[in-house]
Design a protein around this ligand. Structure first.
Ligand code: CO
Length: 140
């Protein structure tokens, strides 16, 4: 069921500072535009790598879930990993059948790639917050 590693989510107090670090320290050359996802309460910018992406996420708004993460990890840190699945509803039902807690009452939301995503609670995933996203269809 699990497909490609699509991206690793990294929370940061400053996307601009993190992007500079990836550019200057690690030599990254390809970045998406920075954009806001209001429903999720985050600013997002992707660092494009040959085989994957790093998703930099910074809090947007007072209710951003990233504030709590940054309170515990003031410099930021690894926040989630995202795997592709063929069918988000089938994946959600399978996770719930196996007893895992799917966040947002199991309702998929449209993620940063424009396809539906769910998040599975770290308590059921060996301490890792896992995002599952539907594989973008060809032409997307
Ligand atoms: Co993500």
């Amino acid at each position: 069921m699990i497909g490609k590693l699509n991206h690793v989510g990294v929370a940061t107090p400053s996307i601009d500072a993190s992007a500079k670090m990836y550019r200057e320290m690690l030599g990254a050359t390809s970045f998406s535009e920075k954009f806001v996802m209001e429903e999720q309460g985050v600013w997002v910018q992707f660092v494009n790598l040959p085989n994957s992406q790093i998703e930099l996420i910074e809090p947007w708004g007072d209710k951003s879930p990233i504030h709590a993460f940054l309170a515990k990890n003031p410099k930021g840190g690894q926040h989630h990993v995202c795997f592709e699945v063929e069918d988000i509803i089938a994946a959600r039902d399978d996770m719930q059948k196996k007893g895992a807690t799917v966040l947002n009452d199991g309702k998929p939301r449209i993620g940063a790639h424009g396809v539906p995503v769910i998040f599975v609670h770290p308590k059921d995933m060996g301490g890792v917050l896992v995002e599952l996203m539907e594989t973008p269809k060809a032409g997307h």
